[in-house]
Design a protein around this ligand. Structure first.
Ligand code: CTP
Ligand code: MG
Length: 178
């Protein structure tokens, strides 16, 4: 299998997690997931984790997964003969990938607050990869991707994440470019 094929397979499988993570800032609201609670003087999760953001993000990721299952047969008819066969995805897997992505993001914020970092303060690598903490193990367990594919997805995610965040910052969707 070529490197390009491995990357395409990895991105195809992880797409619901990407879309979930990317949707949160678009839908982010005011109902805080930590209900404004603090823990040892710091916010439990912070104002950046809201129920609106979480739920709409999971819904968006699941919707993309549903669309993927719809277009898979015809897309694969073109991709497979060209040597770029795409793994089959189920809506359940997409939902778990999206939910895992958003839970991983919550876990990262929990630890950022414990180290005293303010909401939105930059934590390099953590900010780019937090949504993969749970979604990569889920992808490994429920899809056809292997460890090499997973490793490549982790490797290419920070630059992709950076580019999209820059775009979101420039268009005013995000307050900070990370
Ligand atoms: N968001 C949300 N609910 C979530 C996750 C994200 O509403 N569960 C929205 C918030 O508007 C948040 C934005 O998406 O500001 C970007 O998410 P993220 O970068 O993870 O949050 P930060 O504001 O950087 O906060 P933190 O320091 O906790 O990572
Ligand atoms: Mg984050």
């Amino acid at each position: 299998m070529s490197w390009l094929h491995i990357i395409i397979q990895g991105l195809w499988v992880i797409l619901p997690a990407y879309v979930a993570n990317g949707s949160a800032p678009v839908f982010g609201g005011s109902r805080r997931m930590d209900f404004g609670k603090t823990f040892r003087g710091n916010d439990l999760l912070g104002a950046g984790k809201t129920w609106e953001g979480f739920l709409f993000a999971v819904a968006s990721g699941t919707l993309i997964g549903f669309i993927q299952t719809l277009i898979w047969p015809s897309l694969n008819e073109i991709a497979a003969p060209a040597g770029y066969a795409l793994p089959y995805m189920t809506v359940t897997t997409a939902f778990l990938l999206a939910a895992g992505a958003m839970l991983g993001d919550v876990i990262a914020s929990f630890f950022k607050r414990r180290t005293g970092m303010e909401r939105g303060e930059s934590a390099p690598i953590v900010d780019q990869l937090d949504f993969l903490i749970l979604s990569i193990p889920i992808a490994l367990a429920l899809s056809e991707i292997n460890y090499l594919t997973a490793a490549l997805v982790i490797l290419i995610t920070p630059p992709i994440h950076y580019l999209f965040n820059l775009l979101a910052y420039c268009t005013g969707i995000k307050e900070v470019p990370w």
